[in-house]
Design a protein around this ligand. Structure first.
Ligand code: FES
Ligand SMILES: [Fe+2]
Length: 348
C-alpha cells in the first residue's frame, strides 16, 4: 500500500482553492447570447454563454472532437459551435451535432463537464463540486445585496497572485494606513495598534483595538457551506458627498494557483435623490480613487513570492491572516478525507 501524504494533499488543496464552493467568475453583462466567454476557474478552462432562454450555461472550454477552445466558437441556437470543425455542444456538455459528418457516433454523447451557474447582484457564479458535496448548496449573498436602500457598483480585477494572498490582504486591516497612506480616504488614523479577533454568527471579525471609524479598521468574514465573502467599511470625509460609510464587499476567486480574480462591490446606504448624486459622484470621481487603491494592493501582492509564507514571521496583527488560513486548512482537510475515503471504497 502506498502511503499517502495527506498533509501535502491538504496544502495543495488550499493552494488550488476549496472545492464545494460557488465562485464568481464574471460580471453578468459580460455573458452574452451572441458570443462565448472563456475564463479559468481553479486551473480549469471554462466557457460561458447565454442560451436561447437567456439562461447562462457553463461547460469545460474544450471541444470533444480535438480539444479546440470552444470559447473561440460561436453561439448557435443556444448551443456552442466549435470554430475548428463546427461540432455543436450544448450546455450540458452533450454533443448535439457533427455537421461535417452525417450520423456521427459522437452525437448524443456527454463529452465534457458542465457546471451549475447562477447570477446574483450583477455577477455570475459557478459551482465547483466536491466529492462530499456534488450538488450545489445555496449561494448565500451579503444582506446588503437584497436591501433596496443600498446602492453599489461591482468592480473586478485579475491579479497575478495566489488567491490566498488576496484573502490574507483583506484579513489585514493594518495595511491600510501604510500601503494606502497617500490615498484620499485611507490617510487617517494612527499607525500603531493592536488587533483583536471576535467570532461572529457566521465567521469572524478582525479589528484594530485602538481605532474604529477612522480608516479601514476592521474586516468581517462570513463563511457558509457553499461560499465565503468579507466586508469592510471605509468612513468618508465630508467631501465625499452624501450617504453613510462606504462598504466594500469582497469575493475572491482562484483562477489557477498563480492567478486570482477579485470581485468587489462598493456599496453605500443612500436613498432618494442622494442615491443619484452618489452614483454620479462615484462615477465622476471616486471610482478612479478606488482603482488607484486597488492597484496598490495588486502591485504589492504580485510582488510577493508564491512561497512567501514559508519564510514569513507573523506578529500580533496577523491574527486575521492566521484565522483565514486555519479555516481554509480545516475545510481542505475535510474534503481530502472524503476523497480518500471514496477512493479506498472504490479500491475494495
Ligand atoms: S476541434 Fe472542435 S470541431 Fe474539431
Ligand atoms: Fe488594501
Amino acid at each position: 500500500m502506498t502511503t499517502i501524504d495527506k498533509k501535502a494533499l491538504i496544502e495543495k488543496r488550499v493552494n488550488e482553492g476549496l472545492r464545494g464552493q460557488w465562485y464568481p467568475v464574471a460580471k453578468s453583462v459580460e455573458i452574452k447570447t451572441s458570443r462565448p466567454y472563456g475564463t479559468r476557474l481553479m486551473g480549469e478552462k471554462i466557457v460561458l454563454w447565454r442560451d436561447g432562454a437567456g439562461k447562462i450555461r457553463c461547460i469545460e472550454d474544450f471541444c470533444p472532437h480535438r480539444g479546440a477552445p470552444l470559447s473561440y466558437g460561436e453561439v448557435h441556437e443556444g448551443n456552442i459551435g466549435c470554430r475548428y470543425h463546427g461540432v455543436i455542444v450544448d450546455g450540458d456538455g452533450v454533443v448535439q451535432r457533427v455537421p461535417a459528418m452525417p450520423e456521427c457516433a459522437l452525437e448524443g454523447r456527454k463529452a465534457v463537464k458542465s457546471y451549475e451557474v447562477t447570477e446574483s447582484s450583477d455577477a455570475v457564479f459557478v459551482y465547483v463540486p466536491s466529492v462530499d458535496r456534488p450538488e450545489a448548496p445555496e449561494l448565500v449573498m451579503p444582506k446588503e445585496m437584497s436591501d433596496e436602500t443600498w446602492s453599489g457598483f461591482l468592480c473586478t480585477s485579475v491579479w497575478e497572485s495566489n488567491y490566498r494572498y488576496a484573502l490574507d490582504n483583506l484579513a489585514d486591516p493594518m495595511h491600510g494606513c501604510y500601503l494606502h497612506a497617500e490615498s484620499f480616504t485611507l490617510a487617517y488614523g494612527s499607525k500603531q495598534d493592536l488587533m483583536k479577533l471576535d467570532k461572529t454568527d457566521n465567521g469572524f471579525r478582525i479589528e484594530r483595538v485602538g481605532q474604529t471609524g477612522e480608516n479601514f479598521d476592521w474586516t468581517e468574514f462570513e463563511i457558509y457551506p457553499g461560499d465565503m465573502f468579507c466586508f469592510l467599511e471605509i468612513p468618508y470625509p465630508q467631501a465625499a458627498g452624501p450617504g453613510g460609510v462606504f462598504r466594500i464587499i469582497g469575493f475572491v476567486t482562484p483562477m489557477d494557483e498563480g492567478t486570482t480574480k477579485v470581485f468587489f462591490w462598493r456599496m453605500r446606504e443612500v436613498e432618494g435623490l442622494a442615491r443619484e448624486s452618489w452614483r454620479f459622484l462615484y462615477r465622476a470621481k471616486l471610482e478612479k480613487t478606488h482603482w488607484d487603491v486597488l492597484e496598490q494592493d495588486r502591485v504589492m501582492l504580485e510582488g510577493m513570492p508564491d512561497d512567501a509564507r514559508r519564510r514569513e514571521m507573523l506578529y500580533q496583527h496577523d491574527l486575521g491572516v492566521s484565522r483565514i488560513r486555519q479555516i481554509l486548512t480545516r475545510a481542505a482537510k475535510q474534503q481530502i478525507e472524503a476523497e480518500l475515503k471514496t477512493e479506498s471504497v472504490a479500491a475494495e
